[in-house]
Design a protein around this ligand. Structure first.
Ligand code: ACO
Length: 428
C-alpha cells in the first residue's frame, strides 16, 4: 500500500500523486494542480473548518464517534475523579502531571498571582450596574496586558511562565469582581490560604460584613470537577481564536481576551445560559412535545444538544449529570431538572435527533448545577472561561513552539464584481 492519493484533474487529464500523512493531505499540495501556468492553483474550500486540521497538537484527543475525551492521554473520567483542577491545568501546560513538589510550587505561583492592580478594580467599577459579566471579563483581561510591559516577550520562556501564572491566577478574581459589581456588593480580595475553587466561591459569596464565611466543601469540589471538564477541548472556536490572534504574536492577555470573546457566543460558551433560559421558558414537562415539534420544524434549536465533533453522548455531560446529584443533595433539587430529563428522554428516542446524532453536550446539565449553586445566569459563560484559560494557554504555547505555524490567514473564494470603474458606474 502506498501512502499517496492519486488525483486526476479531468480538466487537463493530468494526474497528481499527493502524499498522505496521518490520514490527511496537505492543502498546499493541491496548489500544484493548475489548468495553466498563470493559474493560481487549486485550493480546498472548507467554510467553518468542518474538515480542516489547522495544527498538529499533543494536548487533547477527542473521538467524537465513540464519545472519548482525553487530556495528554488521560481519560477525562479519571482526571475528573482523581485530580484537582490545578493539577489538570499543569498537565495541559507541561504535558505531564506534576509530582508533589512541582504541584506545591505550581499552586504557590498561581496563588501568588491572584491579586489584580487596584486600577483594574476601578476599571470594573466604571461599568454600568447591569453590564454582562462576560463583557466585563473580556475588557479586564485585555486591560491587564497594559499593566505588564513584559507580556510582549512571548519568546522568553520565563516571561511566558509568568503570564501563565498571572492569567490562571487572576481569572477567578476578575470573574468574582464582575459578579459583585452586578450585585452592587463590595469586592472581596482573594485569600491565598484557600484552594482555587474555594477561593473563587468565597470571593463570590462572602457577605461584606461577615468574617467567617466558609464555602461548602461539596460545592467547592463540584465546581473544581466542572473546571476539570471545561479545561480544554482541542480546536474549538475560542481556542482557534486564541491561536489565531496569538499567531500574530500579540501578547497572551490580548489573545486570551479574544478567546473569551469567542466563548461568549450562545453557540459556544453561552449555551449553558441559553439552556436554562430555554428550560424556564418551557416551564413544565407537558410542554416538552411542543418544543420538540418546533425544533423538528427548525423553528428553534434545542440548546445544550449537538456538537461539532461529538456524534455520541458528550463524555463530559455524563460526569456533569453525576455531579448534579451531589450538588442537589446540598442545595435542593433544581426544579428544572425534571424538564431537562424529560427533554433528553424524548429527544434521544426521536428519529430526528437519532438520525442527526444529536446528544446532550456538556452545557445541557451544567447550567442547572450553576443555578442551584446560586450563580446568576449571566455568569455561566464566565464559569466556563475560568478553567478554559489553562487550555487556551497550553494551546498558545504549543502554537508558538510549532515551526510550521505562521500568521493564521485563510484564503477566500472571491464572489464579488469583476473589475469595474467609477466612470462606468452610475451614481445617485
Ligand atoms: N437542535 C436542533 N437541531 C440541531 C441542533 C440542535 N441543538 N444542533 C444541530 N442541529 C441540526 C442542524 O439543524 C443540522 O440539521 P440539517 O442537517 O437538517 O441541516 C444538523 O443537526 C447538523 O447540525 P450542524 O448545525 O451542521 O452542526 P454544527 O456542527 O455546525 O453545530 C453546534 C454544532 C453549534 C454545537 C450545534 O449543534 C448547536 O447550535 N447546538 C446548540 C448550541 C449548543 O448547545 N452549543 C454548545 C456546544 S458545546 C460547547 O461549546 C461547550
Amino acid at each position: 500500500m502506498t501512502d499517496t492519493l492519486s488525483i486526476k484533474d479531468n480538466r487537463t487529464g493530468k494526474t497528481y500523486e499527493i502524499p498522505i500523512q496521518d490520514d490527511s493531505i496537505r492543502a498546499m499540495d493541491l496548489r500544484q494542480i493548475k489548468v495553466s501556468d498563470s493559474d493560481f492553483g487549486m485550493m480546498s474550500y472548507d467554510p467553518a473548518y468542518l474538515n480542516t486540521a489547522s495544527c498538529r497538537s499533543s494536548i487533547t484527543f477527542i473521538d467524537g464517534e465513540k464519545g472519548i475525551l482525553r487530556y495528554r492521554g488521560y481519560p477525562i473520567e479519571e482526571l475528573a475523579e482523581k485530580c484537582e483542577y490545578l493539577e489538570v491545568a499543569y498537565l495541559l501546560i507541561h504535558g505531564e502531571l506534576p509530582n508533589k513538589n512541582q504541584y506545591e510550587e505550581w499552586k504557590h505561583n498561581i496563588t501568588y498571582h491572584t491579586m489584580v492592580h487596584e486600577n483594574v478594580k476601578k476599571l470594573l467599577e466604571e461599568f454600568r450596574y447591569d453590564a454582562h459579566p462576560m463583557g466585563m471579563l473580556i475588557s479586564a483581561i485585555a486591560a491587564l496586558s497594559t499593566f505588564y510591559p513584559d507580556v510582549k516577550n512571548i519568546f522568553d520562556e520565563n516571561s511566558r511562565r509568568l503570564q501563565i501564572y498571572r492569567l490562571i491566577g487572576k481569572m477567578p478574581t476578575l470573574a468574582a469582581y464582575a459578579y459583585r459589581h452586578s450585585q452592587g456588593m463590595a469586592y472581596v480580595y482573594p485569600n491565598n490560604d484557600l484552594e482555587y475553587a474555594e477561593n473563587f466561591l468565597t470571593m463570590m459569596y462572602k457577605p461584606p460584613a461577615s468574617s467567617n464565611y466558609k464555602a461548602n466543601p461539596v460545592l467547592s469540589k463540584a465546581l473544581d470537577v466542572l473546571f476539570v471538564l471545561h479545561a480544554d477541548h482541542e480546536q474549538n472556536a475560542s481556542t482557534s481564536a486564541m491561536r489565531g490572534v496569538g499567531s500574530t504574536h500579540a501578547d497572551p492577555f490580548s489573545s486570551a481576551a479574544a478567546a473569551t470573546a469567542a466563548l461568549y457566543g450562545p453557540l459556544h460558551g453561552g449555551a449553558n445560559e441559553e439552556v436554562v433560559r430555554m428550560l424556564e421558558e418551557i416551564g413544565s414537562k407537558d410542554k416538552v412535545p411542543e418544543i420538540i415539534r418546533q425544533v423538528k420544524e427548525k423553528k428553534r434549536l434545542l440548546m445544550g444538544f449537538g456538537h461539532r465533533v461529538y456524534r455520541n453522548y458528550d463524555p463530559r455531560a455524563r460526569i456533569v449529570k453525576k455531579i448534579a446529584d451531589e450538588v442537589f443533595a446540598v442545595t435542593g433539587r433544581n426544579k428544572l431538572l425534571d424538564i431537562a430529563l424529560e427533554l433528553e428522554k424524548v429527544a434521544l428516542s426521536d428519529e430526528y435527533f437519532i438520525s442527526k446524532h444529536l446528544y446532550p453536550n456538556v452545557d445541557f446539565y451544567s447550567g442547572l448545577i450553576y443555578q442551584a449553586m446560586g450563580f446568576p445566569m449571566d455568569i455561566f459563560p464566565v464559569l466556563f472561561a475560568i478553567p478554559r484559560m489553562s487550555g487556551w494557554l497550553a494551546q498558545w504555547q504549543e502554537m508558538l513552539a510549532d515551526s510550521e505555524q505562521k500568521i493564521s490567514r485563510p484564503r477566500q473564494i472571491y464572489t464579488g464584481y469583476p473589475e469595474r470603474h467609477l466612470d462606468s458606474t452610475p451614481r445617485q
